[in-house]
Design a protein around this ligand. Structure first.
Ligand code: XUL
Ligand code: CO
Length: 438
């Protein structure tokens, strides 16, 4: 029995194809810069949006048509849904998926009931992984939906909630390991605050770090060798999320002695919420050795909140790929997870295919453009030349630690004035990038 009887297996047909159920750019076997496209991207489907999204918004309930749903939040329904998910991923040709504990299995009345529900669904996930070869990119725990997390999880004023969150993460790490998950993500759902009048900020930050240290200890204890990832986000649901952006996370991880245990999972819509471009966030993470994985989506420039739309903008994907290609080994154990949902108006199952196909193609196209720009070398040559004054003379001396304020004063007194600046040629470089997009 098929849940998507009208949808064929999606294959690469090439640039000229007009078939909406085909890839025009994403050719998994095509080699770019020595690696196949499949290896570059390691695309993943986000279980929460694709399998659990209903299209509900603050103005109305869900309207998504999902013929396989029986209207219950039961374990048998969750087990059937796994089969739907794997048929979807097989037809799409996506090699990975990601989940929260509570997306895949219903929460029970007690922690032990929730754990038993999870085990019952993980059994089917394992079978379907085995059957299809589709793998788990990362697992995570939902520490934000249940009302007990109203004040946060590890940063809650209620120590019992910290304990509950720890127990939940412990279990989520165990099942991630059991399913061969290659990473484990911490997104600080409600780790933040809205008003300092009722908040002990220092204590909350200390508790957050304590929680992560306990997770690191447990990782060692069970021998989970996946990568830990923190996902920055500046606001929503709280006004001040502690994991604001890549820079804030880097400082936090360094300050609390956690830097060697984590990398970052950078999400496009979170970058823009923080007032950054995705390219900035990726580059900041990369140069700090923290670029681990990507939640691929986009916001809506006219709305300004976390709309989690599917990425379709070639400028965006080209910029993302310019940074990823610049990192030796790319994202390593990370991948491109479509943390994105179809619009409320796109309520039919087939829309899930169109959304993923378009974004995979947009990234593949962006990869080819970025590789062409890199082959040409114009951008890298320009930057190298722009910083040329640091390669010899006084610049090289400063970088090598051979100068101090006294010697720099002597140098400049003798010289009289600094060498003239050269134009940054921003528009010329933007034109150059456009040339590759054309
Ligand atoms: C929330 C978000 C999450 C994380 C996983 O904005 O991005 O879905 O990716 O908890
Ligand atoms: Co995300």
């Amino acid at each position: 029995m098929s849940f998507f009887p009208d949808v064929p297996k999606i294959v690469f047909e090439g640039r000229e194809s007009t078939n909406p159920f085909a890839f025009r750019h994403y050719n998994p076997a095509e080699i770019v810069e020595g690696k196949t496209m499949a290896e570059h991207f390691r695309f993943a489907v986000a279980y929460w949006h694709t399998m659990r999204g209903t299209g509900s918004d603050p103005f109305g309930p869900g309207c998504a048509v999902r013929p396989w749903e029986d209207g219950t939040d039961s374990v048998p329904m969750a087990q059937t849904r796994v089969k739907v998910a794997f048929e979807f991923m097989e037809k799409l040709g996506v090699p990975y998926y990601c989940f929260h504990d509570r997306d895949v299995a219903p929460e029970g009345k007690t922690l032990s009931e929730s754990n038993a529900n999870l085990d019952a669904v993980v059994k089917v996930l394992a079978e379907e992984q085995q059957r299809t070869g589709i793998k788990l990119l990362w697992g995570t725990a939902n520490l934000f939906s249940n009302p007990r997390f109203v004040h946060g999880a590890s940063t809650s004023c209620n120590a019992d909630v910290f304990a509950y969150g720890a127990a939940q993460v412990k279990k989520a790490m165990e099942v991630t390991k059991q399913l061969g998950g290659e990473n484990y993500v911490f997104w600080g759902g409600r780790e933040g605050y809205t008003n300092l009048y009722n908040t002990d900020l220092k204590r909350e930050l200390d508790h957050f770090a304590k929680f992560l240290h306990l997770a690191v200890d447990y990782k060692t204890k069970i021998g989970f060798d996946g990568q830990f990832l923190i996902e920055p986000k500046p606001k929503e649901p709280t006004t001040h999320q502690y994991d604001f952006d890549a820079a804030t996370c880097a400082a936090f991880l360094r300050g609390y002695g956690l830097i060697h245990h984590f990398k970052l999972n950078i999400e496009t819509n979170h970058a823009t919420l923080a007032g950054h471009t995705m390219m900035h966030e990726l580059e900041y993470a990369r140069v700090n050795g923290l670029l681990g994985s990507i939640d691929a989506n986009r916001g809506d420039e006219l709305i300004g909140w976390d709309t989690d739309q599917f990425p379709t903008n070639l400028y965006l994907t080209t910029q993302v790929m310019l940074v990823v290609l610049n990192q030796p080994g790319g994202l390593g154990s990370g991948g491109f997870n479509f943390d994105a949902k179809v619009r409320r108006e796109s309520f039919e199952p087939v829309d899930l295919f169109h959304a993923h196909i378009g974004s995979m193609d947009c990234f593949a196209h962006g990869l080819k453009i970025a590789a062409a720009i890199r082959r040409d070398g114009a951008l890298t040559d320009f930057v190298k030349t722009r910083y040329g004054s640091w390669d010899t003379g006084i610049g090289a001396g400063i970088e090598a630690g051979k100068e101090d304020f006294g010697s720099l004063e002597t140098y400049m007194l003798k010289k009289g004035n600094a060498d003239a600046n050269v134009s940054g040629r921003q528009e010329m470089l933007e034109n150059l990038v456009n040339r590759y997009l054309g």
